[in-house]
Write a protein that binds this ligand. Structure first.
Ligand code: ASP
Length: 413
């Protein structure tokens, strides 16, 4: 009998994960089977994420440095930079506009009352996060001693240092060719290890989904059903219609081609809710299956995993409108413009880890005078919505790498 391909195994893992999770949910948390099942799922899921995180930092370091250094042949460094940043900003802007349109149209918080959530809000003391402090913190976190950043797994700081190192290698040319070939080999080695880690991906994904589904708080979910449906619908619109359309318009590639090449990364993002943990898989899909040149993928994907978050930006804006509805404040046009900008900054600044968007959302709420404690209302449903927004975040990075590759190729003819 032929063993199914990794792609099929991953889809099967996801399917069984949801099914077993539903079964445990039906049995209830006290049941012996649920408890031992969840213990095993927790072990396997954590092991999978740990393995991805283990390889993440060496991979990011090598892939960005080598990616930048290899752009030298084409004299394209500047263009890749500008095109990538423009793409990130535009796709996040579209995502936020979708969220604002949907929020204004459907008004998900209109029939709910704040008193329903008072208990939850009292329990949380939201840390103040003024925009100015957030910006200062973000800037301060960009440049860190590389050894500290590497050892602490600080992805953003590693990205920044690798960019600088890559540029230095380009400028040094022949003089530093040994360092470059060492890093090139480092990249090959880390990708090889990613390949091995992926063999347990079906099991890891199944375990993570079992835990996620079994532990869902259904009561809260039904109270907030309208909001959840609107966010999920808008995320799907962005992920299933807008991003594939952008891809098709710029590159002529079909959604089917994209889905086939990208699904390992999309399913991993869904199950882990972490763009950073998914990054090794995203890079693998982009460079091996979506035919993005390593020097473009090596630059766009790691940078995207840290700052390009369409799903998070969309969610932050949608949530701000929802909370405004709930507390009975009508946000006018200029306030919504503030939400637009702060949601983008908050998404860019959110690290690619589970629920990071919830933390930076405090800033969006405060920017228009909404109570920061209101994030308590969204916490119970966050884990669920995080799956979708992380998937859209990762999708945006892969679409970005394909679009940037095409635009660069066109302009250098
Ligand atoms: N979990 C998301 C990510 O890793 C960030 C967020 O919380 O929105 O991309």
């Amino acid at each position: 009998m032929k063993f199914p391909s990794l792609n099929i195994q991953i889809l099967l893992g996801a399917f069984f994960g949801v099914a077993i999770g539903l079964y445990f949910h039906a049995l209830g948390p006290e049941h012996q089977v649920t408890q031992s099942g969840l213990y095993a799922a927790s072990l396997a899921g954590t092991l999978f994420i740990d393995l991805l995180k283990m390889i993440l930092i060496p991979l990011v370091f090598c892939s960005i440095t080598v990616g930048i250094a290899n752009l030298r042949q084409h004299q394209q460094m500047h263009r890749v930079w500008v095109t990538t940043l423009l793409f990130f900003i535009s796709s996040m802007a579209i995502a936020i506009v979708l969220a604002l349109l949907a929020g204004n149209y459907f008004k998900p918080g209109a029939n709910l009352h704040l008193t329903m959530f008072e208990h939850a809000m009292q329990k949380i003391e939201a840390k103040q996060l003024p925009l100015s402090d957030f910006f200062a913190q973000f800037l301060h976190g960009l440049f860190v001693n590389p050894f500290t950043a590497l050892s602490q797994g600080n992805v953003l700081a590693v990205v920044m240092f690798s960019l600088i190192l890559g540029v230095t290698l380009v400028i040094g040319g022949e003089r530093y060719k040994n360092i470059l070939s060492l890093l090139q080999e480092g990249l090959d080695v880390t990708m090889q290890i990613v390949g091995w880690v992926m063999r347990i991906a079906p099991l890891g994904i199944m375990a993570l989904l079992i835990k996620l589904v079994a532990l869902q708080d259904v009561a809260m979910l039904s109270t907030l059903a309208k909001f959840v449906a609107i966010v999920a619908g808008t995320l799907l619109l962005h992920g299933v219609v807008i991003l594939p359309l952008i891809l098709y318009v710029f590159t002529g590639k079909s959604p089917l081609f994209f889905w086939q090449g990208a699904r390992e990364a999309l399913v991993t993002a869904f199950a882990t809710s972490s763009s950073s943990a998914t990054l090794p898989v995203t890079l693998r899909c982009a460079s091996q299956q979506l035919e993005v040149k390593p020097e473009i993928a090596g630059f766009v994907i790691p940078l995207g995993a840290t700052i390009n978050m369409d799903g998070t930006a969309l969610y932050e804006a949608a949530a701000a409108l929802f909370i405004a509805n709930l507390v009975g404040i009508e946000l006018n046009f200029s306030q919504q413009l503030i939400v637009f900008f702060t949601a983008m900054i908050a998404a860019m600044g959110a690290p690619g880890i589970p629920s990071a968007g919830m933390v930076t959302m405090v800033m969006v709420l405060q920017s228009v005078g909404l109570p920061a404690e209101a994030i308590a209302i969204l916490l119970p449903i966050d884990r669920l919505l995080d799956t979708l927004r992380t998937t859209v975040n990762v999708e945006g990075d892969m679409v970005g790498s394909l679009v940037v590759q095409k635009l660069i190729a066109q302009r250098s003819i």
